[in-house]
Design a protein. Structure first.
Length: 115
């Protein structure tokens, strides 16, 4: 059973940076695609960034040029480096693992961008 645990959220001022981490249990991480999603209050969950098992990345328009997704298969961990944060980036950020018929969500970590 795969489990995901996010960390690294918190309160940051506009223009600041945060790095989120998502650690996966189990043995399928290296062959799985990983994604970061977010959900702001009153809004639907939206895709932020994805990274394939081979390291190819894709970003939502809102994340391009500011966020970077990366992975360390030796640590079973995926990261989301966020820079130039804006108040509208405030949300609960979730990581997700996808492989064949397996899709798993993490529990989420709160990111609040406010002065």
């Amino acid at each position: 059973q795969v489990q995901l645990m996010e960390s690294g959220g918190g309160l940051v001022q506009p223009g600041g940076s945060l790095r989120l981490s998502c650690a996966a249990s189990g043995s399928i991480f290296s062959t799985s695609a990983m994604g970061w999603y977010r959900q702001a209050p009153g809004k639907q969950r939206e895709l932020v960034a994805t990274i394939t098992s081979g390291g190819s990345t894709n970003y939502a328009d809102s994340a391009k040029d500011r966020f970077t997704v990366s992975r360390d298969n030796a640590k079973n961990t995926v990261y989301l480096q966020m820079t130039s944060l804006k108040p509208e980036d405030t949300a609960v950020y979730y990581c997700a693992l996808s492989r064949l018929d397996t899709f798993v969500w993490g529990q989420g970590t709160q990111v609040t961008v406010s002065s």
